[in-house]
Design a protein around this ligand. Structure first.
Ligand SMILES: Nc1nc2c(ncn2[C@@H]2O[C@H](COP(=O)(O)OP(=O)(O)OP(=O)(O)O)[C@@H](O)[C@H]2O)c(=O)[nH]1
Ligand SMILES: [Mg+2]
Length: 627
């Protein structure tokens, strides 16, 4: 049977029995600090493994403080839990932090809950019924309306078995966290153990970590190594999403780390100071939250001061429902799209709302409807739409760039790309792009080549740099596109020329006859041609195609160029070589050649030079040798 890993969080007003309940469930006292013992309140988070009858369930309980001063720890503790036990003491009922904790849980999208009425031994039946009614009435207006309600007495352990039964039922119906995601562990405790060095603690949010792995601390970027990993004081070689882990880190000092830093394996997670967000408010606000008003952002285990930036209002006082806006932070955070957060007001301290990250890389936007509709589009988009959007804008991106710009995790990104590769997306290593963008590039190039061939029918094709200019893509991508177009028989590549597959260079039809005549005259003049232009003039071939034409005729081996102005017919040239070869020995002089051909030096010298060039002959002293 597959093992499943879950974290259960405690929540509830101070003194409502969270630590006591944790203790009777796990047999571990999570109030360990001297100050916690003396004041008999929880200050820091406490963790304990919970054994359940079903052995596939591996469960940790996070005990959080209820005191309003320690809300920060509470938020860090419940961020990322799978199920919450909300304790409400029978002798007090619903209290301020009961409400605040429920608000926070709602904003962090923790929807699985069990309401536990504690201290039932402290009240009589009648009082218990009243409290129960009060609780039911309160949760009706929250996202926990359908949560089971259990009554316990932690001292006598009454109701405990029923509670465990509910926990097991709920967890067995839940999907565990994403163990295949890119590893991250938001750090909530840093300390030094004598003889061992730096140790951090936190809950693995995504992925898993193994002993000896090289890791990184963000935002600082410090590299380190996981020397040893413990889960609930037991050494393990791997800790997975949902587990509370202590990691002994090599290569980094305690003072280089702090709560709120995030331990990761690679650079998948964006580090950012400007985030586009959705925001919901807990209630109507006691005083307005003004444009650029200061807020405290709680995300993961970090807490950062920032300013709210609205694009459609100048303040919020009455609860406006969910809005889209931006938060600019004083210090960087490590986050990705979809992460949930809480905002509190620094003074008077109160939880005012929360939401989730639309885009970890926010930018400066104008105030107004355009920005709002852009942000709403970000909110509504699926991962696939996100990928499409960023590719639409950037045209081609590597996998790393895609990760950064979509805020998606490696596995999710790969999964989406896999699906999209069938229809929407194309991959030309190392770039991903949209099919329709590459189709546009293709059609631009094809249109260009059509026009080029029409304009220059006698040229073999267009120069590669010119075609690349038309395609307007990076050279690596261009080379991969050329390969593909070649395979699809759209184009042909001949050295540095690119042509349509179906194209062969040719003389334009309207000049064909005249050029034919000129070539016949040239052939008649044998080894003593006139300047080539004279033949063309005589036939009325326009000047502006002459350069093209000469190149074409040479390329097609119809003529041989002697010098700038003179050409001879190719057949004449090959016959002349035959005649010369038949009438000379292995080597021959200028005079001998002159006598065989009967031409003046004006033709003789360039003719012999052409033969040397073509490696038919070689000059040796004042003679030539056949090769
Ligand atoms: N009689 C009775 N007392 C309880 C019960 N549960 C807790 N207590 C007592 O209530 C007091 C507070 O309990 P804790 O478990 O520390 O409360 P807490 O919610 O953890 O408090 P904070 O962490 O400070 O928010 C302690 O003295 C407990 O012994 C219960 O079911 N019955
Ligand atoms: Mg406690």
């Amino acid at each position: 049977m597959d093992q499943k890993y879950f974290t259960i969080g405690m929540a509830g007003h101070i003194d409502h029995g969270k630590t006591s309940l944790t203790k009777v469930l796990t047999r571990i006292d999570t109030d360990r600090l001297k100050e916690e013992k003396e004041r008999s309140i929880s200050i820091e988070l406490g963790f304990a493994p919970l054994k359940l009858p079903n052995s596939t369930l591996n469960v940790s309980i996070v005990d959080v403080p209820g005191h309003e001063k320690f809300i920060r720890q509470m938020i860090a503790g419940v961020a990322g839990i799978d199920l919450v036990l909300v304790t409400i003491a029978a002798d007090e009922g619903v209290m301020p932090q009961t409400k605040e904790h429920m608000d926070i849980l709602h904003l962090l999208e923790v929807h699985q809950a069990i309401i536990v009425i504690t201290k039932i031994d402290r009240v009589d039946e009648e009082m218990l019924e009243l409290v129960k009614d009060d609780v039911i009435q309160h949760i009706q207006q929250t996202s926990f309306a359908s949560a089971p309600i259990v009554q316990v007495d932690s001292l006598s352990e009454k109701g405990l078995e029923e509670l465990k039964g509910h926990i097991e039922d709920l967890l067995l119906n839940l999907q565990p966290r994403h163990e295949n995601g890119a590893f991250r562990l938001p750090i909530d405790q840093v300390f030094t153990i004598k003889g061992q060095g730096t140790v951090i603690r936190g809950t693995v949010y995504d992925g898993s970590v193994e002993e000896e792995e090289t890791l990184k601390v963000l935002p600082s970027g410090h590299e380190c190594r996981a020397r040893q990993i413990q889960v609930h004081n037991t050494e393990v070689n791997k800790a997975r999403a949902g587990q509370r882990a202590a990691v002994n880190l090599g290569g980094v000092e305690t003072h280089e780390l702090k709560r709120g830093d995030v331990l990761v394996r690679d650079d998948t997670y964006p580090v950012t100071k400007t985030i586009d967000v959705t925001l919901q408010f807990t209630d109507d606000l006691s005083s307005p939250l003004k444009q650029r008003g200061q807020v405290k952002l709680h995300i993961g285990t970090s807490e950062v001061i920032g300013r709210i930036v609205f694009f459609d209002r100048n303040e919020v006082i009455h609860n406006p429902g969910e809005i889209v806006c931006q938060i600019r932070l004083d210090d960087p955070i490590v986050t990705r799209r979809g992460d949930r957060f809480i905002i509190r007001r620094p003074s008077p301290i109160e939880t005012i709302g929360g939401g989730w990250i639309l885009d970890p890389y926010g930018d400066k936007y104008r105030f107004g409807a355009e920005t709002i509709s852009m942000l709403k589009k970000k909110r509504e988009s699926t991962p696939e739409e996100r990928i499409e959007d960023v590719l639409e804008e950037a045209h081609w991106l590597t996998i790393e760039e895609l990760k950064q710009q979509t805020g998606l995790q490696h596995e999710e990104l790969e999964r989406c790309l896999q699906v999209m590769l069938e229809e929407k997306v194309v991959y030309f290593a190392p770039y991903y792009s949209l099919k329709r963008i590459m189709q546009k590039v293709e059609s631009n190039v094809i249109t260009y080549l059509h026009q080029f061939h029409e304009q220059f029918p006698m040229r073999n094709g267009a120069n590669k740099p010119d075609v690349m200019n038309v395609a307007n893509v990076p050279s690596k991508l261009f080379d991969r596109l050329l390969e593909q177009w070649g395979k699809k028989r759209l184009i042909q590549k001949d050295g540095r020329f690119i042509a349509l597959h179906s194209f062969t260079s040719h003389i334009p039809q309207r000049w064909e006859k005249r050029i034919q005549n000129a070539l016949e005259s040239l052939e008649k003049d044998g080894l003593k041609p006139n300047p080539f232009g004279d033949y063309l003039n005589h036939e009325g071939v326009p000047n502006d195609i002459r350069g093209e034409l000469e190149g074409f005729l040479v390329e097609q081996s119809l003529v041989i160029q002697l010098d700038e102005k003179h050409f001879i017919d190719f057949k004449v040239f090959t016959n002349a070589i035959k005649t010369l070869k038949n009438n000379t020995n292995q080597s021959f002089s200028l005079k001998e050649a002159k006598d065989v051909w009967g031409v003046s030096r004006k033709y003789l010298i360039p003719l012999l030079e052409v033969m040397d060039e073509r490696a038919l002959t070689k000059r040796v002293g004042d003679k030539r040798e056949w090769l």
